[in-house]
Design a protein around this ligand. Sequence first.
Ligand SMILES: [Zn+2]
Length: 256
Amino acid sequence: MNNPGAKEENNIYYDECVILKSSPYGESDRLVTVFSKNLGKKNLLAKGACKPGSKLCGFTDSLSVLNYAPKATRTFTLITQPKIVSPLFHIKEMGASFYKAYAMCELVSRAAEFDNKMPEIYDALKNSLIIMDLMTSDDEAASEKVLIKFELFFLEYAGFSLNFENCCHCGKTLSGEFIYDSGAGGITCARCALGRREAEVAQDAAGLIKKITKETDLKKIIGENYSINTLGAALALVKKHIKANLNIVLTSADIA
Ligand SMILES: [Zn+2]
């Protein structure tokens, strides 16, 4: 298999993936949509996974991190030799974290093209999920910070970072007053904001986003104290930015 990014052991290539979606396929198989480190977003077939006693039984649950050996066939790439890296049990038990974790998967699932490799995004997603899973209590604020950081990282990767320096309309240097124009998908100066119905002052939210954008250490981000209101406003602003620039309306983060 021509797959230079994958780990090779005894001539078998291994890959790692986060399972985004898993559904029954035919009589005894499961069709599994994964975000894989080496293959990007991909539909894989877990052959015979629905049969009792199958080797793949229990390895195809959504929101698990799986190590496996992809085996290409004429139709599907098959999951073989599965090994769970992390079942993410805690996330699945905790309401608020679950929806934040699911929101990260939803972003990847909807924004990533099939077969487009994004190993940096894979690593960020996996690390974010594992950090959420290690949280001992259902710490909503902490999981919100992890979600915001992941979304900002994804936006940066896609080339849609928030520009805090220049007005998105006229390009003039911003004075430090942050007004977000969701119609234009960027921060605008006060002058250009006049008459634009979708422009709104977002001082605290933008300030928080600017801070989180600059900080690379996720543990430091989690350790910072932000008010619940500011966090909520920042989440909403990032969501608007995703909608304006990636044309994706995320639904999952609202459920909790
Ligand atoms: Zn302007």
